[in-house]
Design a protein around this ligand. Structure first.
Ligand SMILES: Nc1nc2c(ncn2[C@@H]2O[C@H](COP(=O)(O)OP(=O)(O)OP(=O)(O)O)[C@@H](O)[C@H]2O)c(=O)[nH]1
Ligand SMILES: [Mg+2]
Length: 416
């Protein structure tokens, strides 16, 4: 190999010198800035480039009969590098691949066999890291049950249609997948109608519901309604009170502990007057005993509470004290069907410490996708008592029933 040093005021000038003297096949071995001499402080910086040429290899390459790139003449043309500098510019020198690399590194480091192998190692390390990241990503996707990975394997057409319908209603893929697995025999070849029938008849085991309120024989059944602000607690309570009173001819009382807003007392007083049931207002936990005593001969006592954000710890503590004083038989957590998945999850998780044992979903009429209900019910395994789908008291309420809910989910049943 012939090696030579070139000094020039710019890299471009050095490259031209190298090309002229050593030819196009020269390789750059090293570059460095030459420090200014003390006598020459005003002058421009110079660079020193060490280049070499392996003349034997070049000869061998030129002599080999190459037939490449579909070129029938047997003359191999090296690809010209593009986009680093504009090779169409008038005086631009021909840029070869190694020059291309050099230009991007020129400012920071010299290029030689050592630094090249260091670079290779670094690239291998980077590749390894990328592969590691991808592996973790794939594992996470599989673990979290993304659409692609959690699709139950080899579902027959009709079962796949049900799976897609669930996903379309915004049921989480992993939940839809595990539900179909639980139902069993998902690979059976069934017609769409048969698969739907099988699914609906099996859903009872998957979507827990409480069934109708069961009154007690010798004391009133006490139910408290809790939940976030404006979720429909008071309206739903009024609907249930009206049904029990008007349709079942039972004795009902309402106790409200929602004295947080004047309007809240007026609202429930209006409902109580219309339905003609007794109303007791308690302003503090000490008044609870007396209120409960005055309802001793009733069949059903419904307790309305102030809406509480599950994220306000102080309010949640107050509510806990209140429920501790009432000791209700059932606590129904009232949530709007318009609430997104993650918030439903947060609400249930935080209200769980009150031993809630029923879920009520309101405002089904205000949303087009009901999969969030399926998700939270499957995840929490807390039975659903009622669905409501409008503001009308005593209408717009129904007892939760799994197959009817699925028909709502699929858009077969809308409203009442
Ligand atoms: N569209 C629709 N609106 C409803 C439904 N249930 C209740 N609402 C309305 O939602 C609003 C709030 O209802 P409330 O019963 O006052 O809610 P709340 O949970 O008692 O509210 P706070 O006591 O303030 O926490 C009212 O305008 C109700 O008419 C329902 O199923 N569908
Ligand atoms: Mg209310």
């Amino acid at each position: 190999m012939r090696i030579k040093k070139f000094a020039a005021s710019s890299m471009r000038e050095a490259l031209l010198q190298i090309k002229e003297e050593l030819g196009e096949d020269a390789v750059i071995l090293k570059t460095r800035k030459i420090p200014k001499s003390v006598f020459n402080l005003g002058s421009k910086d110079e660079i020193e480039v060490t280049a070499g040429i392996d003349e034997d290899a070049v000869k061998a390459e030129r002599m080999a009969p190459l037939k490449m790139n579909g070129n029938p003449t047997g003359v191999y043309k090296r690809p010209r590098s593009s986009n680093i500098i504009d090779t169409n510019a008038p005086d631009a020198p021909e840029i070869r691949p190694f020059f291309k690399e050099l230009i991007s590194q020129e400012k920071t480091q010299s290029v030689g066999p050592d630094s090249q192998s260091k670079k290779d190692k670094q690239q291998i390390e980077e590749l390894k890291e990328n592969i590691q990241e991808l592996t973790t990503l794939v594992k996470n996707i599989v673990g979290n049950g993304s659409t692609a990975s959690s699709a139950p394997p080899a579902l027959s057409g009709a079962w796949m249609n049900i799976y897609k319908q669930l996903l379309d209603a915004e049921v989480k893929p992993e939940i839809a997948g595990s539900v179909l697995k639980k139902i069993g025999s998902p690979n059976l070849l069934l017609s769409d109608a048969m698969a739907e029938k099988t699914f609906l008849s099996s859903i009872n085991d998957i979507f827990p519901v409480s069934g109708p309120i069961k009154l007690k024989k010798d004391s009133p059944l006490v139910i408290a309604f809790v939940g976030p602000t404006g979720s429909g607690k008071t309206t739903t309570l009024a609907k249930i009170a009206a049904h029990c009173c008007l349709n079942k001819n039972r004795k009902v009382s309402i106790i409200t502990a929602d004295t947080y807003r004047i309007a809240a007392i007026e609202q429930i007083r209006m409902f109580a007057d219309i339905i003609k049931v007794g109303l007791h207002v308690v302003f503090s936990p000490d008044e609870i005993d007396e209120a409960m005593k005055s309802c001793a001969s009733d069949d059903l006592v419904l307790i309305d509470t102030a809406g509480r954000s599950q994220r306000n710890e102080e309010h949640m503590d107050d509510l806990k004290d209140l429920l501790g004083a009432f000791i209700p038989d059932e606590i129904h957590l009232v949530m709007s069907a318009t609430t997104k998945d993650s918030d439903l999850c947060d609400i249930v998780n935080r209200y769980r410490s009150f031993n809630i044992n029923r879920l009520i979903f309101t405002k089904l009429d205000e949303t087009v996708k009901l999969g969030n209900i399926f998700n939270i019910v499957s995840e929490s395994a807390i039975p659903v008592s009622y669905f409501t789908f409008g503001q009308s008291v005593p209408d717009d309420i129904e007892l939760a029933h799994p197959s009817r809910y699925i028909q709502r989910l699929w858009g077969v049943v809308k409203g009442e």
